[in-house]
Ligand binder design. Sequence first.
Ligand SMILES: [Zn+2]
Length: 242
Amino acid sequence: MMKKILAVFAHPDDETFGPGGTLAKYAQEGVEIHLLCATRGEKGEWSASAKASAGKQEKIHHIREKELLRSAKILGIKKVEFLNFVDGYLCNSNYHDLAQKIITKIKSFKPQVILTLDRLGISGHLDHIAVSMVTTYSFLKTTDVLKLYYLCLPQKWYDRSLTEYFIYFPEGKKEEEITTRINYQKYWEVRKKSMMQHETQTKDVNSLLKRFNKWPKIDNYILAKHRLKKVILPETDLFSGI
Ligand SMILES: [Zn+2]
């Protein structure tokens, strides 16, 4: 059986600011990983250095698309597909269009595992929340995917500086809610390198790197839905039981 993961996120940078360590690890182990990115990050701000090196005609989303492709290549993601929604506009009139695109991809790619962010989108970003909900719907409307995971932040890693993020930042998950922990220590350097490809987002990259440096090199997940006869939790492998 060819192991396959489908990752579904809202913006260029979510792939590595989120589960970058996990993706690098599984790609290295030979898992085929595809990424659906709902938008091109049109609402992102420019860092000064990225602005200086961009051509006059270049829009932020042209650059962010290229940044994502470079980051994905470093992580070992085999294929990136943009779903052509606009950053900040994943409102409910778009939900079924988004679902249709995810469902079509699930049917052609046939992954065993799907990854997205938790129901509060980790940071509370409305695009993240929309993608999480619609990905869950897409899992339920198809029959073959075996596991759906939500990446989450443990409550015990939460710190005061997060409260100064753009709006109320959800507190994160209790230890007993976390079902799955993926150790990516060996891939920390790869993840860092992929994060640094998002040059337009240098401010976020720097503040996240500070945080990730302190935190254990573990990605935390909630097994949100599954179609296995039996799962033994907690687990340390997205493919356990498959
Ligand atoms: Zn995002």
